[in-house]
Design a protein around this ligand. Structure first.
Ligand code: AMP
Length: 302
């Protein structure tokens, strides 16, 4: 089933202990779309400027990502720069230049309005809500990502949007900040009262946990020898997670648990190279192999 995503398409400047790139294709919607494209047809809603070239669009198009909803406007594409030290879970943001993003008003092409799976990547919650308002049929699954910036600056708008969302996908610090609860079990209970029925907590290299009112499921991070560039891991996780649900066409217990595995698989590939390099050229075989490795990594008998 079609999977709709709204979020940033960007150029990123990235520095890690393994190297530095000045300007590479990035953005939450980009990382998400590429990861999800291995599982379901993806429709992207976003905005880019005049500096966005055909070679950049081709990276997404090659993976079958539908770009009718990617608007081009005069100005420069969103730019973000960040730096990582030895700990890949800690990053310093060096620059956030909204550029064409500043005046962005998402408009869904007619075709996108029938989508039953929707991912609202990290942007202004008012824009996230406007996308939900444009979807004609009630989606089967709506998931949302956000960050401290919006939790602090637009709490009321975020609450309003959350009421319409099924699954919240955020990191542990954001869950604590959103609810004021240090304990994540209490944080989840508080989030369920805000609207979502499920919470996915991302912990970078330490894995991820899914919490619902009925069950909890945890998965470790894939043991990698080298994390070259952590940028986009969270969005690639969300892409694998939502991509799997869209492929399954449902979000029952079994599908949700498998979605956690495919999310972790895609997140672990994302960090192996700079930018989107690794996830843009994966083979189905590599994804299946890593999912099997996760199975072996976590299976036990009592
Ligand atoms: P993550 O998956 O959390 O590592 O997301 C990294 C991506 O988010 C980068 O490719 C950035 O271009 C993008 N990004 C960083 N800051 C923002 C922001 N304030 N709004 C939207 N996208 C952002």
């Amino acid at each position: 089933m079609e999977l709709l995503v709204v979020g940033s398409v960007a150029f990123d400047g990235i520095e890690t202990p393994f190297g530095k790139v000045e300007r590479t294709l990035g953005g939450a919607a980009t990382h998400f779309s590429l990861a999800a494209s291995y599982f379901a047809p993806v429709q992207l809603v976003g905005v880019v400027g005049e500096d966005f070239e055909e070679k950049h669009a081709r990276i997404l198009r090659k993976r079958g990502v539908d770009l009718e909803g990617l608007e081009r406007t005069p100005g420069k594409t969103f730019f973000w720069a960040g730096k990582y030290g030895r700990n890949p879970n800690e990053r310093t943001t060096l620059a956030t230049e909204l550029n064409v993003f500043a005046g962005f008003r998402p408009r869904l092409p007619e075709r996108y309005r029938e989508s039953r799976f929707v991912f609202l990547a990290n942007i202004d919650p008012t824009l996230q809500l406007s996308v939900l308002d444009q979807v004609r049929r009630t989606p089967k699954v709506t998931a949302l990502d956000t960050m401290n910036y919006w939790i602090e600056r637009t709490p009321a708008e975020l609450r309003r949007t959350l009421r319409r969302v099924d699954i919240l996908i955020i990191n542990d610090e954001e869950a604590r900040q959103l609810t004021g609860e240090q304990n994540l079990v209490f944080a989840a209970a508080a989030i369920f009262k805000m609207g979502p029925k499920a919470l996915v907590i991302k912990r970078g290299e330490n894995g991820a946990t899914l919490m619902t009112g009925q069950f909890i499921f945890s998965i470790p991070g894939f043991p990698l020898k080298r994390v070259k560039d952590p940028t986009g891991a969270g969005d690639s996780f969300a892409g694998g997670f939502m991509g799997w649900l869209a492929k399954a066409g449902k979000a029952d217990t079994g599908s949700l648990r498998r979605a956690m595995v495919y999310g972790s698989v895609m997140g672990s590939f994302a960090v192996e190279e700079f930018g989107v390099a690794r996830v843009a050229r994966l083979r189905a075989r590599e994804i299946a192999d890593r999912a099997r490795r996760f199975e072996r990594l976590t299976r036990f008998e009592l």
